[in-house]
Design a protein around this ligand. Structure first.
Ligand code: NAD
Length: 352
């Protein structure tokens, strides 16, 4: 067995149908009296529901959370937190809203209560991102890790099935890469395999039964596990590639992960047989890469980069950008390897 270091991030997790009803208890346990509730414009109603649960402990709502946390948005939210004398930030929404809470905590150390409504997994990580002048800067800081996470499947039934499926594949990507991370460890690998299994099983049913709370629970449970993996071990080629091409060519986050994943996994397969065996087993398939590809097809998601607006002339540029920041990957790669990988993802062929 490889030697390893295991470090468990410390979040308190409340999981279950109507778990949101425990919110006030959690705020009281944090000793907070003035919570700032964060959401996107589209989810204002959910934020109002949160504020109503909190009554006088709700200091206000900031409803301008935006994808990739533009610095202007982070500044406005930080100012609002200061103006209201907030002593806690509560995010209700997907990764964009959790990201805004993290941007506040990064400067103020305000404790975060996160109520995720997608499967992005940001709530389980100390990774933050801020976008300034079109460039997204990411980092890790223990202050941004939510203290409490409330997973309530009833809040996820409103997620359109397209977002549900893509967000679920985004979660699977975290766990798949965690299985071959440079700092992988046996406990996180158990969590990763179970996360992929639960998410894939839930996603296969959620298209037909989007309102079934058992199905939604299975997906959200999978999302939690996959988020733990992202928060605990490193990432490699797949995530770096998606961040590069997603950020530079303004592609949708979850769909980019969905399309690229089977191809990055196929590329890394020769160097990571144990991880491939575990991914395939979790998917009930004989091959990790084709199992992922077939799942994407079954979920009726886009499976080629051309479907989401990536241009053939961007392939060379993207391959060049991906080589600029060298990073660890289990299989060494050249610019030509990245080019070929992106060509396959562009066309959307079944990986070999
Ligand atoms: P998102 O948060 O951008 O949400 C997409 C849209 O769906 C928004 O309009 C949102 O209001 C809406 N929505 C969310 N939940 C809904 C629901 N239950 N019902 C109806 N509408 C709903 O999407 P996302 O994929 O969750 O997050 C993507 C962002 O998260 C990216 O910026 C990504 O970089 C970041 N992220 C960060 C980490 C991390 O660890 N820091 C991890 C994963 C993703």
């Amino acid at each position: 067995m490889q030697p390893f270091v295991y470090c468990a991030p410390a979040s308190r997790v409340i999981f279950g149908d109507n778990a949101l009803s425990h919110l006030e208890r959690e705020v009281v346990q944090l000793g907070a009296t003035r919570a700032l509730v964060l959401c996107t414009r589209e989810q204002r109603e959910s934020a109002e529901q949160v504020a109503a649960i909190l009554g006088s402990r709700a200091a206000g709502i900031f409803a301008d959370a935006t994808m990739h946390v533009p610095i202007e948005c982070a500044r406005a939210a930080r100012e609002e937190a200061t103006r209201l004398g907030a002593d806690c930030a509560i995010s209700i929404g997907g990764g964009s809203t959790t990201g805004l809470a993290k941007a506040i905590a990064l400067e103020s150390s305000l404790p975060i209560i996160s109520i995720p409504t997608t499967y992005a997994g940001s709530e389980m990580t100390s990774i933050y991102g801020l976008t300034e002048g079109g460039v997204k800067r990411t980092g890790r800081d223990p202050r941004v890790l939510p203290r409490v996470v409330i997973y309530d499947p009833t809040l996820t039934t409103s997620m359109p099935v397209g977002l549900t499926a893509a967000s679920g594949m985004n979660a699977i990507a975290h766990a798949a890469e965690g299985l071959y991370a440079q700092d992988a460890n046996p406990v996180i690998s158990l969590i990763a395999e179970e996360g992929i299994r639960a998410m894939a099983a839930g996603l296969r049913r959620v298209l037909r039964e989007p309102d079934n709370l058992d199905v939604r629970s299975e997906c959200l449970y999978g999302a939690w596990l996959c988020g733990i993996v992202l928060g605990s071990v490193g990432i490699a080629l797949h995530h770096k590639l998606c961040h590069t091409i997603g950020g530079s060519f303004n592609l949708p986050h979850a769909e980019t992960h969905t399309i690229v994943l089977p191809h990055s996994i196929a590329f890394n397969a020769p160097a990571t047989p144990d991880a491939m065996h575990r991914i395939a087993r979790a998917l009930g398939s004989t091959s990790a890469a084709t199992g992922l590809f077939e799942l994407v097809r079954a979920l009726k998601l886009p499976h080629s980069l051309r479907e989401i607006g990536f241009k053939p002339e961007d392939i060379d540029k993207a391959a060049g950008l991906a080589m600029r920041n060298p990073y660890w990957n289990p299989r060494p790669f050249s610019q030509q390897d990245i080019r070929e990988l992106l060509e396959r993802a562009y066309v959307g062929d079944r990986p070999q």
